[in-house]
Design a protein around this ligand. Structure first.
Ligand SMILES: [Cu+2]
Length: 132
């Protein structure tokens, strides 16, 4: 969250009329997968995060060069505390059918989107995103 705030603070207060609107990009969560763009251009983007599953899901976005995450001692959730310095944004558990918008300003790099509810990451709820 700290990184996201810093990125937001770096945006000019007034973007001016010449700036195109941030593209709206769908991300769909279901049991147990995340479907989203494999690549994006750097800069502002609005992720439209839909929970298309029958149960609640989270969405956490971290910078990750490896695409694998450290696990907590429970063995079924990623260690969010260890990932704090590379966490770009997160949405808590969202109810089924809901669409939530996540406004980001992404720097170039490789990211991992995942859900960290018990077992969901290991069950396949993760997706790699490359921003260039
Ligand atoms: Cu989930």
């Amino acid at each position: 969250l700290t990184a996201a705030l810093l990125l937001a603070a770096a945006l000019p207060a007034c973007a001016g009329q010449s700036s195109p609107p941030a593209p709206s990009v769908p991300v769909t969560e279901k049991d147990f997968a995340i479907t989203g763009p494999a690549t994006l251009q750097s800069g502002p983007v609005n992720l439209r995060v839909e929970n298309d599953g029958p149960i609640q899901h989270e969405l956490i976005i971290v910078r990750s060069a490896t695409g694998t995450l450290p696990l907590r001692s429970d063995g079924i959730t990623a260690d969010e505390e260890a990932l704090d310095s590379v966490t770009v944004a997160s949405l808590g558990p969202g109810p089924t059918g809901e669409v939530r918008e996540l406004k980001l300003n992404l720097a170039p790099g490789q990211y991992l989107l995942f859900c960290n509810m018990d077992g969901h990451y290991l069950a396949g709820m993760h997706a790699t995103l490359v921003v260039s």
